[in-house]
Design a protein around this ligand. Structure first.
Ligand SMILES: [Ca+2]
Length: 546
């Protein structure tokens, strides 16, 4: 039934080849993997990299030569004649933990995320990433999609799935052993990919981390267009980068102490009661602010996408909405670019389309009809993933204005409701058991952590490092390690301690630590001791106290 299975007889070929490999621990030589015959797949490279010999070419600041020896495999998967799903899989030469990990993409993808593969590799996992089926110089472009419907499907769900299937086969061939446990780790688009996998291909991964997920993809892009249209409706109502900083400061000033700790952080933006009239805004600017805070609606008042959280302003609005100036924001604000690229290339196929022509009664339906079945990952059931025994951790920055955290909150609420309905079908005694509640049933496989003061996948004034881009392997501080512990030892994470470094630089001193708690719990100060020390906080459900 499955074409994506290792061909019979290949194992003996691999075993024969080990005579030349000089490494009795491995089933195949690295270079020998080029001879591997896999469905729809061409292996274009398989080469051994010595410790310290390889530095990822698309380096970000701080990228260093990789200090471990590994087998670097690259290839292309072509499930359709229009497909070219490029991937790499990196296999540690020694001390493989028998874990397999796929890492996710950002934006509209278009490159293999090599940098995200480094930490899992160093940690001993076989790790893979894909370009999602297209190459682009920047991940905000979608011109590649014009006239290529199969590439849109590759981007939507096929590339990540096939990369996992093929990369696991390569991993098994190299070691002569299947991975014991498989993981997917991603944020933003990677968060959408994560939820897509759990919903569409529930057997691909045992543990999945979905950070700041863009899983309500079509609604989110409608939201982008609507927000930009409101933001740039008039020059008088435009909120500049400088204004954004002023509003941000004013809001923190009003909200900070509500959580009991004056630390520059809003623990939960839902608790803020802001007198909007008091903000340093002119009346037309206030109208703009209110539009983004409330979130876009249709003419009949139906919510298209949730609004922006209090406390997100100074963290990201400048980049996402304000741009360098009123005139330039139309083409330089990140959400303007994403909205225009999406509707121009994927929905209306009209290069002249601009978010100013967004129709709040028609455009959301147009995008959902065209792309919802490919791009959205909003199925709340998780029946297959639960049956597989999968574990899912989601996190979202409370100060994220790229993808509002209220979208994740709404989605999680629908998942809990479904688990409640499923629980209703069980026997009365099961319903009374400790995990009988809708929330308990959900938390048995899916836990959500909000991160106060964190922007989109990182950044912001709050403790924003908890291993989401690869941590120190300590499950109490590292979300990936916490997920591995949950999957492998059935120890569900109750809290994860996040760290704020000076200048958000991990090589600098620790400024603050704070527990991230399992929603609906939140960090609560014990009332004494240093508020920069996580040990002086507990996790408690605020609604239980009211
Ligand atoms: Ca506070």
């Amino acid at each position: 039934m499955n074409r994506y299975r290792i061909p019979l007889g290949f194992t003996s070929f691999l075993l024969a080849s080990t005579a030349f490999a000089g490494n009795p621990a491995l089933a195949a030589s690295c270079e020998g993997l080029t001879g591997l015959k896999l469905p729809d797949t061409t292996i274009t490279m398989a080469q051994s990299e010595a410790a310290g010999a390889f530095t990822p070419p698309k380096s970000v600041a701080g990228t260093k030569p990789i200090p471990v020896a590994f087998c670097r495999v690259a290839g292309s998967i072509k499930p359709t004649s229009d497909s070219d799903i490029r991937f790499e899989v990196w296999l540690p030469q020694t001390r493989w933990t028998r874990r397999y990990e796929s890492v996710g993409n950002g934006g509209f993808a278009g490159a293999i995320p090599l940098n995200a593969m480094v930490r899992p590799l160093i940690g001993g996992s076989a790790v893979a990433g894909t370009n999602d089926g297209h190459e682009t110089p920047v991940n905000t472009q979608v011109e590649w999609a014009l006239g290529h419907p199969e590439k849109i499907i590759d981007f939507g769900y096929r590339a990540v799935h096939l990369t996992a299937v093929i990369s696991k086969l390569i991993t098994s061939a190299f070691y002569g052993n299947k991975p014991k446990h498989s993981y997917f780790i991603g944020c933003s688009t990677g968060g959408r990919e994560a939820l897509t996998e759990a919903q569409r291909y529930p057997k691909d991964f045992d543990g999945i981390a979905a950070g700041d997920p863009g899983n309500q993809w079509t609604h989110q892009h409608s939201g982008d267009a609507a927000n930009m249209k409101a933001f740039l409706a008039s020059e008088a109502g435009y909120i500049s980068s400088a204004d954004v900083q002023k509003i941000g400061s004013a809001i923190i000033e009003q909200c900070d102490a509500i959580d009991g700790v004056k630390d520059g952080l809003v623990n939960d933006p839902r608790e803020c009661q802001i007198n909007l009239e008091s903000l340093p805004l002119t009346p037309p600017q206030l109208k703009t602010y209110q539009a983004l805070h409330d979130g876009p609606k249709t003419s009949s008042g139906k919510q298209i996408f949730p609004g922006m959280p209090f406390g997100s302003e100074a963290v990201g609005w400048s980049q996402y909405f304000s741009g360098p100036s009123f005139a330039e924001a139309h083409i330089k604000a990140r959400r303007a670019i994403m909205a225009n690229e999406t509707f121009e290339n994927l929905v209306y196929r009209d290069p002249k389309w601009d978010f100013m022509s967004f129709d709040s009664d028609k455009s959301p339906t147009d995008i959902e009809k065209t792309l919802g079945h490919v791009m959205d990952a909003t199925d709340p059931n998780f029946t297959g993933f639960k049956a597989h025994g999968g574990k899912l951790i989601s996190y979202h920055g409370w100060a994220d204005s790229d993808i509002t955290p209220f979208a994740t909150l709404n989605y999680y609420t629908t998942v809990v409701a479904v688990q409640g309905r499923l629980a209703g079908k069980t026997t009365a005694s099961a319903a009374k058991s400790p995990d009988g509640s809708a929330l308990g049933k959900t938390q048995a496989f899916y836990r959500l952590f909000f991160v106060p003061g964190m922007g989109h996948c990182g950044g912001g004034p709050g403790p924003n490092q908890f291993g989401q881009t690869g941590g120190d392997g300590d499950a109490d501080h590292d979300v990936v390690a916490a997920l591995e512990r949950w999957v492998e030892k059935n120890a569900a994470p109750k809290r994860i301690i996040a760290t704020k470094y000076v200048d958000n630089d991990r090589s600098k001193a620790v400024e603050m630590t704070r527990p991230l708690c399992v929603y609906p719990e939140a960090a609560k100060y014990k009332g004494s001791g240093d508020t920069n020390d996580a040990s002086n906080f507990i996790c408690a459900d605020p609604s239980a106290e009211k």
